[in-house]
Design a protein around this ligand. Structure first.
Ligand SMILES: NC(=O)c1ccc[n+]([C@@H]2O[C@H](COP(=O)([O-])OP(=O)(O)OC[C@H]3O[C@@H](n4cnc5c(N)ncnc54)[C@H](O)[C@@H]3O)[C@@H](O)[C@H]2O)c1
Ligand SMILES: [Zn+2]
Length: 667
């Protein structure tokens, strides 16, 4: 009895944090464990104390909102943690149907068929429409009375303010949430990051200022008609159709099954694709399709007997942050790596997570979090991530940001939110990472080469730069530990073979900052030779699709860096000869566009801008991104703006007629 009282008190505290404040202090998994302990005790003793949370739905109401009494009660869901639980639920359902049929032989219930829906991890919403008008929207609250949040809910664009159905009063239920892409975009620029989309949505909907709600750009899926004084549905399918007909956003995933075995198979499949959705789901809901069966089965104090939530493995846990160390990457960037007390999440034990940079630590309010509780998230195949501190008091040890490189002692530079070690010539982890990257599969693809090889060559043969690799001698290599004749020969052969790798891979191998595989491929295709690329200006580079200002600047400063050009020159001297597909026939030097600097602006209708610039370049023109005195010609498509204005101001010839352009290109 004492234990039950304690659990009730503890759960009460967590319910308040979660439902009322939207600030949980433990993960759902831990909460569920405590809750299940209480359920277990109640089952063993056969006693349920009157204030037990197992008797009620949800939480207390917040002051400041008008209470709304739901027309029909809103329920919680029975849950199944695994297939066994689900089997038990199914057995109970069959038994209830059988009992009913025995009592009502003239009115038999059909054998059950099932609906599977996603279980959205957001905040339940109840929308009230009167004569087709949205007149109220509320939270679930304690199930009977919720908080009126009409103004907040109106900020959700997908919720209709008016519906075609106008006969009387109707209440429709669904889930409000923040889509993951919206959440990520929000966090990219937010001064203080949101810990998770569920709390972000719940917090926004229960913010007294609807403007703040609007900023979170929430979304909602509707899944139930909770009350109607007029319409009746034979089954779930009809109800869903009604929702769709009335312009509600219904999740496209609503699936029907005749056999429970098929439901099992589907749940297993869903768990493997749970991350393909742009919103959090924490499971799937299995419901009985037939409405008459639902009515016959009825409700417990807390949930319907005709539905069950199948919960996926939890992906969040709390743990204690122990320490942070700093790793130097190939660009000299320092990455903070956190170590915490081992926790089980998503079926694995984790104790490390990397963080982006010092800005990340500050925005997640982790600067003083050493030794304190943190939320950690790990979803399958995704590296663990620290979401933030559990409580906001700054009560832990400070994470000290280094001012010198932990590897070479050089004074660090801060660029944006990142710390960099500017020592490009002998900072060991940087150089080892650069050489390893150079040799990697998508780069020069030097077989059998690993970080270990790079370290060994660095330490024992003084290899400091990728170009040094091409000076390696058989006699030096065979002397190395773990190297025999065979391995030495293999490495030399691989180095020889990579000399004729394609240009895109070679550019990728160079490790130009901010430049990934797609970019190097585009660069190789566009320029066709290392020489041409290294001479390109930022203005020319931005003309290539997907190359923005930052990338263009990175490329230009890379090829302006004597350390890099020196290294490239040595590689070329050693016989590295990246090949590129031959470009088309040499340009006609007589063509009026030959050697001209051309700027394309606005939208073309017959050609894409990219096609146009390829054609121009094939004719020997230089395509540039901005208008200056050096511009010879501006081609202006539809809705051309400031560039056209500037061209006119500078008196530069302009072609505004696309036909004229086409003629010129073909002449
Ligand atoms: N971390 C904490 O401190 C803490 C505290 C309280 C509760 N919780 C979490 O909340 C859970 C219980 O809360 P609950 O009763 O709000 O939720 P529940 O897990 O029992 O599920 C019921 C809710 O699921 C939602 N839902 C989503 N998709 C649905 C669909 N397709 N059909 C029907 N309903 C759908 C509805 O909003 C409904 O109210 C616990 O298991 C725990 O994980 C955590
Ligand atoms: Zn360093």
């Amino acid at each position: 009895m004492e234990a039950m009282k304690e659990l009730i008190e503890e759960i009460g505290k967590h319910n308040y944090q979660y439902y009322t404040l939207d600030e949980p202090t433990i993960s759902d998994k831990e909460y569920d464990e405590i809750y299940d302990r209480l359920v277990e005790l109640e089952r063993e003793t056969g006693v349920t104390l009157p204030n037990s949370p197992t008797l009620r739905v949800g939480g207390e109401l917040l002051d400041g909102f008008q209470p709304h009494r739901h027309k029909a009660r809103l329920w919680s869901l029975d849950k199944a943690q695994d297939e066994n639980d689900l089997m038990l639920w199914h057995t109970r359902v069959l038994k209830l149907i059988q009992d009913y049929n025995t009592r009502n032989p003239e009115n038999l219930l059909p054998s059950p068929t099932f609906v599977v829906e996603l279980k959205f991890d957001g905040l339940s919403l109840n929308l009230t429409y009167e004569a087709g008008q949205l007149v109220q929207a509320s939270t679930r609250g304690n199930g009977e009375v919720g908080e009126g949040i009409l103004a907040q809910v109106k900020t959700i664009r997908s919720i209709p303010l008016e519906i075609p159905y106008r006969d009387g009063l109707i209440e429709v239920q669904g889930e409000g949430m923040m889509f993951l892409s919206v959440f990520d975009a929000y966090n990219k620029t937010a001064a203080e990051v949101l810990k998770n989309p569920r709390n972000a949505a719940a917090g926004a909907l229960r913010n007294l200022n609807p403007k703040a709600t609007a900023e979170r750009k929430l979304n909602a899926f509707m899944y139930n008609v909770g009350f109607s004084d007029q319409v009746r549905f034979a089954d779930h399918r009809e109800m869903v159709q009604f929702l769709r007909d009335n312009k509600f956003k219904v999740n496209p995933y609503v699936t029907f099954f005749d056999q429970i075995e098929d439901v099992f198979a589907e749940l297993r499949r869903l768990e493997t694709v749970r991350h393909d959705f742009d919103y959090l789901i924490d499971g799937a809901v299995v419901k009985i399709n037939d409405m008459r069966t639902r009515e016959a089965l009825g409700y417990t104090d807390k949930f319907p007997r005709w539905a069950v939530a199948f919960k996926f493995e939890a992906e969040e846990a709390t743990t204690i942050l122990q320490s942070v160390s700093w790793e130097v990457g190939r660009t000299g960037k320092l990455t903070p790596g956190a170590t915490f007390e081992p926790v089980d999440i998503g079926g694995a034990t984790v104790q490390h997570a990397t963080m982006n940079n010092i800005g990340d630590i500050e925005r997640k309010n982790l600067k003083f979090a050493l030794g304190t509780a943190i939320f950690v998230r790990r979803s399958n195949e995704v590296i663990p991530e620290i979401l933030g501190k559990v409580t906001d008091e700054p009560d832990g040890g400070e994470i000290i940001f280094p001012d010198r490189c932990p590897a070479c002692g050089t004074e660090l530079e801060q660029r944006g939110a990142h710390l960099f070690c500017p020592n490009r010539v002998d900072c060991r982890p940087q150089l080892v990472a650069r050489i390893t990257h150079f040799a990697s599969r998508d780069a020069m693809d030097i077989e059998t080469f690993s970080v270990k090889t790079a370290e060994q060559l660095y330490d024992e043969l003084g290899v400091r730069d990728s170009a040094d690799l091409f000076d390696l001698q058989f006699d030096d290599l065979v002397k190395l530990q773990r190297f025999g004749e065979k391995k030495a020969r293999k490495l030399l052969e691989a180095l020889e073979a990579c000399k004729t790798r394609d240009l895109a891979s070679f550019l990728f191998a160079l490790g130009i900052p901010n430049t990934g595989k797609t970019t190097t491929k585009a660069l190789a295709e566009h320029y066709g030779s290392l020489e041409k690329l290294s001479a390109a200006s930022a203005e020319e580079l931005v003309v290539i699709p997907d190359i923005g200002g930052i990338v263009a600047e990175s490329i230009v400063s890379f090829f302006a860096d004597p350390v890099m050009t020196g290294s490239i020159a040595r590689m070329l001297a050693a016989g590295v000869k990246p090949f590129a597909e031959e470009k088309t026939a040499p340009a006609n030097t007589e063509h009026p566009l030959y050697g001209k600097t051309v700027v394309l602006t606005g939208t073309l209708t017959k050609l894409t801008r990219d096609d146009a610039s390829k054609k121009l370049e094939a004719l020997g023109a230089k395509v540039s991104g901005s208008v200056s005195k050096k511009t010879d010609l501006v081609i202006a498509g539809e809705s051309a703006g400031s560039k056209l204005a500037k061209a006119k101001e500078l008196g530069i010839p302009v072609i505004e007629d696309e036909e004229e352009l086409l003629k010129l290109l073909e002449s």
